[in-house]
Each structure stands twice: as C-alpha cells, then as structure tokens.
Design a protein around this ligand. Sequence first.
Ligand code: GLA
Length: 386
Amino acid sequence: MVSPIPDFFQQRYGYAPLLVRAPGRVNLIGEHTDYNGGFVLPFAIDRRTLVALGARDDGMLRVASTFSDEVIELPLAELAAAQASGALRGWAAYPLGVAWALGVFGADLAAVPGADILIDSNVPVGAGLSSSAAIESAVAMALTDIWQLGFSRETLARVGQRAENDAVGAPTGIMDQSASLLGQADSAVFLDCRSLESQVVQLGFDAAGLAVLVMDTGVTHEHSTGGYGERRASCEAGAAALGVESLREIGIDELDRAGRILDDVTYRRVRHVVTENQRVLDTVALLETDGPTAIGALLDASHRSLRDDFEVSVPELDLAVETALENGAIGARMTGGGFGGAAIALVPIDGVSRLQVAVDGAFAEHGFGVPETFTVRPSEGAKREP
Ligand code: GLA
C-alpha cells in the first residue's frame, strides 16, 4: 500500500519531507520484567508509525497527525518549560516529549533547527501493541537525522522511554522502544534490561508453519494511571524488603526465603517476575534447540502467572487465551502491560481462520464486545525510508 503521507506533507508544508517508519511490537514473553532489570523477548510487527519531517529555520516545532485535526506549535526555546510545567498533553506529548528528551541526552536544543512533523500510524491504539513507542521511536530517529545527533538506536530507545516516563507520565520500562528500534525480520529482540545488552533471536515461525494471531479484546488500558504503577511499586517494595536493587537479583531458589519475608500479595508479584525471567531464558534456549513449536507451554505458563500471581489479566484476555488453546493454538498468552489490550496465540497457519471464528463466537457467547483478530509478522525495526 502506498502511503499518502509524503503527498499530504508536501501539500501542507510545500516541500518534500524526510520519512522514517517505526513499528509497534508484540511481546512474545517476559512481561513486567523490564522495569525489574530482567529479561524480555519482544518482536517488532508489520504495523508501523510513519513520520514525515522537515527542518524549519524559525526554531518552531509544529506537529500534526492523520488521526487528529489538531496542529500544535511550540518554539523549541519553550520546550523545557512546557515539559516542566506538565503542559505537554494528549498525543502531541509523544513527539514533543521526544524532542525534549533528545535534549536531556545531549542535543543542544538552542542550536538545532525547528521541525514540521506529520505523524501517521496503523498500530492499533490501546491494544497493548505499543503504538506510543512506535511514535516515539520514529520521531526520535527522524529528529536525530535532521539534527545530526549521531545517537545509537540504544540511546534512542532510552530517549523514547524518557519521553514516555516524564512527558507522557507513564512509568513504563525500556522494552517497547527497544523492540521498535532493534527488531529484525523473522526475529525477536532478547534484551537484558539491566545491562541493556541485546541479541537478535531467530524465531522461524514461517518455516515452522506457524502464525501469530493477535486477539485484541477491545478493552482499553491506560498505563499512566492505576494498576501498572501499583504493580511497579509492589515490585520495588519486594526488592527493598529482600535487600536487592531489583528483582533481577532474585533467583528461583530464593523464592522460599522471599515467601517467609513478604506478605502474600507482594510475594506473588515477586514470584511472577522471578519465574518470568526464567521463562524468557528457557524460551530463548528452546527456540535454539527445538524451534518455535516447542515454546507453547512456556507461553501458557506466562499467562497463568500474569493472571494468578501478578493479577494484570482481565476476563476477556483469559477467554481469548482459553479459546485459543481449545482451538489448535500451541501456546497463548496476554501480551503487554495487561488490564485489557490483546492476547497472542501461536497457531498453525492453516488453523488461523478457525481460531478467529472460535474467538468471535466465545466473546459473543459471554456477552463481551466484538474482538479484533489479525495476524502479525516479526518484522524489521525502525528505518529511514528511501
Ligand atoms: C508496557 C510497558 C513496558 C512493559 C510492559 C509489561 O507495555 O510499556 O515497558 O513494562 O507493559 O511487560
């Protein structure tokens, strides 16, 4: 599909833009581990944000999008004050927050030119597929290009996270931006969120005849409020009580000790994180030795742990996962932060349509809203368009 964005930009601003695309992500496994210094295994998907961007010589940032009529203008010189006073709001907080965060990481915002920024996205919003990280990654890469900052992809991931944490106000980890920036076709990004070292891990879904079906429940989640922050606080409290900097330091063999020290709820939060880290390591090892058909049980165990110990699932996600497992999936789990959003099923390619029908039927039977189901492919990370 040819994107109308370059023409739209040309018409609106009268010159040809630089184009950068950055994908959303699915997390294969490793949930609520990133902000605990743990392991994650996400992959970039074939749904993307496209950013068209051009330099302006008047020091002004002007952001527009194809999903809102709003055009926001802010002088670069006022960015820091706007961020400090909490004036960056709504969708524009993402691109403007990124511009601000590039300054935090060393860009001299008094010396760089302004920019016209136009954003288009086909990453579903609220599905837990990181539509926000896709915007952040694309804008970070495009501004880095015109501002000639030479920042690495790893630094851009941290810039995106900083924008999300401080401008948008969601206390999220580094996983989503890393997947969007470091992803490769047919592969996942195995990231150690303590050292920030990463490795590309071949998935081989196509070769094994497998597809990833996203089952978007339509239940929207909001990470800047509520449950996500509470879970994060519980993990921090657990780590403090156990005398470690992060839960990454706790091994499975220390869970007994944790059980004696912690209250029941905190213990279960800790047990999720500790066992989930191990499941990521096991998944990476199994992918290498036995291929993707062998990882189903680990995905299922991850879901149960998120449902029962971490308590971030919702009935719609549980139903999607159960229905998938009863209808031919080799593994299924909720993906992303939870409290709504989407679940994924790893399913033989020729079983996809049957599963879609089964999920629709199950949701109707339970009186839940109509889910959206679609397949995604592990895809290349952010890149400049030719
Ligand atoms: C959200 C956050 C990520 C991560 C996941 C849970 O997607 O943005 O940083 O914490 O939740 O794994």
